[in-house]
Ligand binder design. Structure first.
Ligand code: ADP
Ligand code: MG
Length: 394
């Protein structure tokens, strides 16, 4: 099992890195977690529900005003070079623009939407959220930047506004038309809980899972297994699926698939064509599974939640066709391993992670089974939900 650096250790490392880079001690700091989506995949752009949980992997940012008109930011992550950028403080006349290195666009985007009126500062970022592993390192960097800026300037934002600002930064500066899930959960996560997000109304509901209880036999945890593969895509896979969903909604005469149901889909099967029909079936059933998952947790029906997770995987594999052999293999292994309630691929697909609901006491044995049976090298984490982003006292 992956031993994850604790938050205090990560903060200390970040403070030391800052001191080495800029020759003085940082004064303000912030943290923002990554996330795993428990259920509700490819539902966000269909106005549906998603159900993510903030995980104890964080991006940390520390820094201070530097008394100049320059902003200097450095990262320790394995990103495109240079790992330190320097630019003039923006103004209305001279706003920030995207450019190279690419990683800095996530930070600049947040800065751009946060304020045109900020004094020069230095900052350092350290993160243990794996990059591009489907645990949302990008949102954690955006949200930590925004939280850091709140700490630095004393201006504070409502959580939903902050999440939307960070999403806008990703759209406009990183050219990634992402949904709202990642930024919402990084801002609003709660310990031992997951967050139901209605992607249409942006209403949220915190649902507490009783994992992390001292009563070991009864406690559950989420096992996240990184397949460590990312299949090369042609670039058309996701736009095509989005397009199929919008086409299905149009043919059904509804605003989005959120308003569709199984009967309507079946009635129009011939008109939709097999592929669009299958995409629609996934989305409509996945939105329904999300609602059922929340009910299952509230009634502590863990077997039911596990079943829903397996069903979600099958639907993503066979109907939405975004899984891959490695993710299927990992789910298959968990299906025959004692102590697992259910599992599924999580994230966009074609690689990345699976998430499994497991008995916490059995987690080490389950991890052992995965390492023994998976044909490639997996990275395994055991998580319970954590609180969302916050400032940290240094
Ligand atoms: P993920 O699923 O991890 O969010 P993305 O492709 O959306 O994957 O985002 C990864 C990108 O975010 C990286 O390539 C980098 O540009 C940026 N990023 C993530 N973490 C950091 C970090 N600690 N420092 C600088 N940039 C980061
Ligand atoms: Mg991302």
């Amino acid at each position: 099992m992956e031993v994850v650096e604790s938050l205090p250790d990560l903060v200390l490392k970040c403070k030391n890195a800052f001191a080495k880079e800029f020759g003085c001690d940082p004064i303000v700091g912030a943290k923002a977690p990554g996330r795993v989506n428990i259920i509700g995949e490819h539902t966000d752009y269909n106005d549906g529900y998603v159900f993510p949980m903030a995980i104890p992997l964080y991006s940390v940012m520390v820094g201070r005003y530097n008394g100049t008109s320059k902003i200097r930011i450095a990262t320790s992550a394995e990103v495109d070079n240079p790992k330190r950028v320097e630019f003039d403080t923006p103004s209305k006349e001279n706003p920030l623009t995207q450019g190279e290195p690419k990683w800095a666009n996530y930070v600049k985007g947040v800065l751009h939407h946060f304020s045109h009126d900020i004094s020069g500062f230095d900052a350092f970022i350290i993160s243990n959220v794996p990059l591009g592993g489907g645990l949302s390192s990008s949102a954690s960097v955006e949200v930590v930047t925004c939280t850091f800026l709140e700490a630095l300037t004393g201006k504070s934002l409502l959580l939903a506004d902050k999440a939307l600002l960070c999403q806008k930064a990703e759209h406009t500066f990183a050219n990634m038309p992402c949904g709202i899930m990642d930024q919402f959960i990084s801002c609003m996560g709660k310990a031992n809980s997951a967050l139901l997000i209605d992607c249409r109304s942006l209403e949220t509901k915190t649902v507490t899972l009783e994992g992390g209880k001292s009563d070991v036999d009864d406690s559950v945890a989420f096992l996240v297994v990184n397949s460590n593969v990312k299949h090369q895509l042609s670039g058309s896979e996701y736009p095509q699926r989005r397009g199929d969903c919008f086409k299905a909604a149009e043919l059904l005469g509804v605003k989005s698939l959120r308003d569709a149901n199984m009967t309507a889909l079946r009635d129009k099967r011939d008109e939709l064509g097999e592929r669009v029909y299958k995409r629609g079936l996934h989305v409509v059933s996945e939105i329904e599974r999300c609602t059922k998952a929340v009910k299952a947790i509230e009634e502590r029906q863990l077997e039911e939640l596990g079943r829903l997770m397996y069903q979600s995987h099958v639907s993503l594999r066979d109907l939405y066709e975004v899984s891959c052999p490695e993710l299927d293999e990992l789910v298959d292994i968990t299906m025959i391993t004692p102590g697992v309630y259910g599992s599924r691929m999580t994230g966009g697909g074609f690689g990345g992670c699976i998430v499994a609901l497991v008995k916490a006491s059995q987690a080490p044995k389950i991890v052992e089974e995965i390492h023994k049976n998976y044909s490639k090298k997996a990275t395994c984490y055991v998580f319970n939900g954590v609180d969302g982003a916050s400032q940290i006292q240094l």
